[in-house]
Design a protein around this ligand. Sequence first.
Ligand code: NAD
Ligand code: APR
Length: 230
Amino acid sequence: MTKIVILTGAGISAESGLGTFRDIDGLWSRYDLDEVATPEGFARNPALVHEFYNARRRNAAEAIPNAAHAALARLEAARPGEVLIITQNIDDLHERAGSRNVLHMHGQLTRACCAACGHGWSAPAELHADTPCPACAAQATRPDIVWFGEFPYHMEEIWAAIRAAELFVAIGTSGSVYPAAAFVQDARRAGAHTLELNLEPSQTVSDFTEARHGRASAIVPAWVAELLGA
Ligand code: NAD
Ligand code: APR
C-alpha cells in the first residue's frame, strides 16, 4: 500500500549535471520549447527534435545519480511497498540509484515510439526520424517523451496513489507544469501531510503544509534519515 508519494522534477538531477528547465541558463532559455517539446515542432523538423533528445540522452548516460537519488532508493528499500516515485524527469537516475517503483509521467529518454502506429520500445541508443518501427516498419520514430499539449503517462495509477497517500513530497520541481503542479492540492484533499524540498520556494509552495529549501543532495538525505529515525 503506497503511503509515501514522491514527485520529482529536474532539480533532483541538477547536481548530477543535468540542466533544469527554468533556472538561470535553463534549457528553455537556450532552446525554443515550441520547436523541441511540442508535437507541432516535431512535425515541422523531426531531425532537430531528435538532435535535442540525442544530446540529452548522451548527457543522461554520462550523469551519475547523486545523494538525493540514493536517499530515495534507501527509503524504498527500508519501507518495501510503501514508496512510489512519480517523476517528471526523462532521465533514468532514479533507477540507476536503485529505486524500483518509479513512474515516468513525461516519458523516458531510453524509449522510443512510432508516430504512425503508437508502438513503444526500449531504445537506449540514438534515435533518428528514419529509424524503422519494429512493429509496422514505418519511418516515423519519435522520442517516447510527453510534449506540451499531450497527455501524461500513468495518470490513473498516479491519481489512485495520491488518493491513498499519507505523505506527499515534491522534490526539485518549480510547480509550473500541470497536472503535476496540482498533485499537492489533491494530496492535501486526501488528508496527506505535504512537504516541499526544493532549492527555493516553488510557484506552489503555499499549497504545502511544510517546506524545506536547499540543495537536494543535502536536504533529501537529511529528510530520509529523519523519517527512518537514523
Ligand atoms: P502546461 O500548461 O502543463 O505547462 C506549461 C508550462 O510550461 C507553463 O506554466 C510554463 O511554465 C511552461 N512554458 C510554456 N511555454 C513555455 C516557454 N515557451 N518557455 C518556457 N516555459 C514555458 O503545458 P501543457 O501544454 O498543458 O502540457 C500538457 C502536458 O504536457 C502536461 O500535463 C505535461 O505532463 C506534458 N508536458 C511534457 C513536457 C515534456 O517536455 N516532457 C513539457 C511540458 C508539458
Ligand atoms: N536542489 C533542489 N532543487 C533544485 C536544485 C537543486 N540542486 N536546482 C534547481 N532546483 C529547483 C529549482 O529551484 C526549480 O524550482 O528545481 C526546480 C526546477 O524547475 P524546472 O526547471 O521548471 O523543472 P521541472 O519543475 O521539472 O519542470 C517540469 O516542465 O518543460 C517541462 O517536461 C518538462 O518535466 C518538465 C516540466
